[in-house]
Design a protein around this ligand. Sequence first.
Ligand code: BGC
Length: 424
Amino acid sequence: MAWNEQLYRDIMDGLQVDKEFITEAAGAFRWDLEQGLQGSEHSSLAMLPSYIGLPTGKETGEYLTLDFGGSNVRASLIRLSGNGKFAVSRQVRKSLVSEEYNLICAEATCEKLFDFLAQVIGEAIEGNQAQTYYLGHTFSFGSKQEDINTARLIKWAKEFAVPGVEGQDINALLTAALNRAGLDNVKPVAIINDTVAVLLATAYSYPDTRIGSIYATGHNTCYMEPMPDVGRPPCVLNMESGGFSKLVPTKWDIELDEASEQPGRQRLEKMVSGRYMGMLYSQLIRELFNLSTTPELSAADMSAIMGDEAEAARIVISLLGYTNSEIVEKLRELAKAITIRSARLVAATWAGTLWHLSGQGKIEPQHIAVDGSVYQLMPHVQENVRRALYEILGDEAGGIEPVLVKDGSSVGAAIAAAVASNGQ
Ligand code: BGC
């Protein structure tokens, strides 16, 4: 199979984002954020109010949570004990896609999807219909909220395509499905984005946290805005930063966007998130070897390739039928280049947000809440985020502490349910 060395060099060059590029990206992100705050149509950031502020740390009680935002859903029972303490007493996790069914594609139906969610919730409470449960729902798609419990899906992302859900009130759909399942005792009281959930969960233990980010299959960041609008109280804003569109894409980013479910949307997400890094890597490998079909490599495969030479050789054999050490090395370098670009671009958006929060002054030392498999597991990500923050912010980066949140989506949903049901 023909290897195109010139194309490889062009790709590797195209994936470089140097200090100047990321510093400009951070500035452009701040500009978009501030334009978005004023409702300008020139901003690519949605800046969606979440109708909730940061927790006091005193929220307590037991809550049911639903975490719905990727191909796995989770329902959990969470006990909040205050002062950052919580315990997960039960958790049920199910996939929305299996060999027998696919509940997220264009052929799926809204009713089947929500009936499945109700079933998972039913399992988490072991069918108990006698007790009232307040449910916090982490719904990880851009939604327009009207209050803490009403969120209308604007557009699917992450290649979800179920018809009949866009524009709908998500917790109303869930409530109807719970009723169909005979679970009237489960009361959805709050719905939040996953970025908001990780921010709430982290701020529960680290009150200096102002920014929450998901760096996983999808990507997005929210932050606590002290002045969201004239007359509105301080509120967490979901920026839907995956939609940031002011970066110059490479020719390959454009090709990937055009082949995706929603061309033109989620441009940053398509350059940085796990779902799309795997797609980009696969597409580049097809072009480099002039393959007739595109291999289906995921971000997890990229991690394996970067992390272990023997594993890399095994994957290369499965793709090409042979291996040699030079090709293995080049494919490892390619995976690394895509990953490092992703980490540096995400850091740029955080830096832009920190600049906004600091106004004209110094950036306050603070934690940044981060959740997600890419941040947690992909080689090279964490150190390159940190390096990029230093390149953009200089010494002020020293006070910034990204913290990896475990169970953030569920704990944040429990906190939101506590706030909404006055359990504080
Ligand atoms: C969604 C966001 C979400 C992010 C991370 C994106 O595709 O639009 O709402 O926060 O994924 O899950």
